[in-house]
Structures are given as C-alpha cells and as structure tokens.
Design a protein around this ligand. Structure first.
Ligand SMILES: [Fe+2]
Length: 361
C-alpha cells in the first residue's frame, strides 16, 4: 500500500510565507542571530573520550572545563566557529531521554546533540514575544550567570532537540554557570598539521520523520530568524535534504527526512531507517576543511573510519566525506570543501552518494 502522505515544497512554501509574515508582524526579526554553541550530552564515562576524539578529528581545542551541581562540562572552541559544549549530567532527570532509547542508541540513554544555542541582543524582549505566541520554555525560565542571560525551550517533538537563546553580558564564551568550579581535565590537542586545515562548524543535519519535515522547519523558523532556502529530493532513496539559513550567519541548519513516511525496513530508505534505529536526532556535524584530500587521508591514516569516500570534485564546486559515527556521541563528522563561488551544501550527486553511505549505519 502506498503511503498517503508525500512531501511537497509547494505546501511547505505556503507555511514559510505565513511564518515570515508572522515573524515580521510580531517583531521577532533581528532578535535571534547566528549559532553561538551546540551542546552535546554524553554518558559520564565518555566525557573525556568524546572530547579527545573531537580534538583529534577537528580544529577545535579546549576553551574551558567546569562542573556545577548538575553537570560536568568541557567547552571546545575554534576562532570563527560556534562552540561545542560537551557535558555529562550528574542528575538522573533528563528531559531528552525518551528520544534516545531506540534500538541502536538505547545503550547510550543520555547521549544526543541536545541544544542549539543562538545569540540574541535582547533576551527579555525575545522571551516576551515568544510567550505571547505560546512558546513553552524550560521551567527554569531565564537564567542569569556572571556572563550571560539564557533561556531554553523544551525538546522539540519533531527533532528531539531544544533551542537555547543567549545574551552575552560582555565577552562571548564565558559559559560558566553560577557557582561553577573549574574541572581538572588534562587533554592534549594533537599537534598535527591536518587538524589545522579543519575549520568552523558549517552546518548540522537533523533527521526527522517525513510527516514532520514541514513542522520541524516551521517550528525552527518560528523560534529563530532562519529562513527555509531550498530542498533537494532524492526520490530513489526516499530522502529530502532541506536547508535553512540566516543572512550573514556562518552556520546553517539542515533537516533530512523521507519524501514519504516509513513503511517497511526494505522500502523506506536510509533516512527513515536511521530514525527507526536511532530516533530523530542530529546525524552529522559538518566542518569546513581546506586541502580536503590530504586532510581526510591523514584522518584515515590516524585510524578514523569513514562511511563514504570523498565525493564530488573541485570542478563540481564541492567535496564532502562522512566519517563513521562516534561511539561516544553517535555523531558523524562531515568534512566539506567548497570551490569558486559555490556557496551551497550539496550537489545532487553528492547528496545521493552520502545518503546511500549512511545505509551502513
Ligand atoms: Fe551535511
């Protein structure tokens, strides 16, 4: 039996136009900017291994480490990029757990890229407007620390991720919470030339159910100032890659879904199958990489596994590769290099090859 639901960009675009008009009318434009950080929760015994792995596979280095009553945190940073905040909860209470316990992810019940944190110039005004339109924030409300004001949504039912909004008081990057103590971590950044080729967090891609694609994108647009830009359909793999961007922002938000909902393991394609196995979650973090052939070759020589070969070419404007998923975070690293005036994220042939590669997961 054919599924009755089928994604259609004409339907999505009607929602996008309404959302943009609503955002303008409410005065939300200009109140949410580029990504400041993404938080990645891991199991306690994997915090240090996860940090070491990211240091050995990206250009990021440790910026700070601290603990408070609730968590151990290691902040990884790189100039010109959003930060990655690795952390492990001390408390049992985890509002994301229901999204994590799937057949291939249940052994890591706290592990997920949990929260995308965007900068705002005026958190009080942002929260006031969002509350008028019915947005439910985390019960803690606005939190004030020495360095910033912060609020976070509940996890989205469509993505299993929350969105956070941060207003820095002064210098960006002081993530310490009130009463936090320094955490003694001894992690060495490997001194390797190929790691200096790897740059900023370019985008992440979240896998969502076919029937939730429009809802996930519109929800994201309603909370940020990002706009839906375009989608690439790969019908043969039942997969759509949809992109949201913000003018002037370095970071893009990507959603991957089925064209049609899950039916059977055999017929549904790698995207919907991934969700069956791992739940809706961020599939990969993409980092820009100079000299990408050499960089990927060195990562492989270092022992890093890859789901895909390097696909694309300078002539096509784009080269990309997917690593194996991390055993500590469940996240894949994408390495991406653009050429000439190519400013997109995908060529159709690359997306097809990369999506097919994820079938191995
Ligand atoms: Fe990607």
């Amino acid at each position: 039996m054919a599924p009755s639901f089928h994604n259609d960009d004409k339907v999505l675009m009607r929602g996008v136009e309404e959302m943009l008009a609503s955002r303008r009318k409410l005065g939300l434009e200009g109140l949410a900017g580029d990504l400041s950080a993404a938080t990645i929760c891991v199991e306690q015994d994997r915090l240090q291994p996860a940090a070491e792995e990211l240091l050995a596979s990206t250009g990021f280095d440790v910026r700070s480490a601290f603990e408070d009553d609730r968590a151990f945190c290691i902040v990884l940073g790189l100039d010109g990029s959003a930060d990655l905040i690795l952390y492990a909860r001390k408390e049992q209470d985890n509002p994301f757990r229901a999204f994590n316990t799937r057949p291939k992810s249940g052994h890591l019940p706290n592990t997920r890229l949990e929260t995308f944190i965007f900068e705002t110039p005026d958190l009080a005004r942002y929260v006031h407007i969002q509350q008028l339109r019915g947005t439910q924030f985390h019960e803690a409300g606005v939190v004030e620390t020495p360095g910033y004001f912060y609020i976070q949504t509940q996890p989205s039912r469509y993505t299993g991720a929350a969105l956070g909004f941060i207003q820095w008081k002064g210098q960006k990057g002081a993530y310490e919470t009130r009463g936090a103590k320094a955490l003694d971590v001894r992690i060495e950044k490997p001194d390797a030339a190929h790691l200096r080729n790897i740059g900023a967090l370019d985008h992440t891609a979240t896998r969502v159910r076919a029937q939730d694609r429009d809802k996930a994108i519109l929800e994201f647009m309603s909370l940020t100032n990002y706009d839906f830009q375009f989608a690439i359909y790969v019908n043969s793999l039942n997969s759509i890659t949809s992109v949201a961007r913000l003018a002037g922002a370095g970071y893009a938000q990507v959603f991957t879904s089925g064209v049609e909902p899950f039916t059977t393991v055999e017929a549904s394609g790698p995207t919907e199958r991934f969700i069956l196995n791992y739940g809706t979650r961020v599939h990969h973090m993409a980092f820009v990489a100079e000299d990408i052939d050499e960089t990927v070759a060195k990562l492989k020589a270092d022992g890093m596994g890859f789901l895909s070969d390097l696909v694309g070419s300078p002539e096509e404007g784009l080269q990309q590769a997917f690593s194996d998923a991390s055993p500590h975070t469940l996240l894949v690293n994408e390495y991406i290099r653009r050429y000439g005036d190519f400013d997109g994220f995908f060529t159709k042939s690359n997306v097809t090859a990369l999506t097919r590669a994820t079938d191995k997961q």
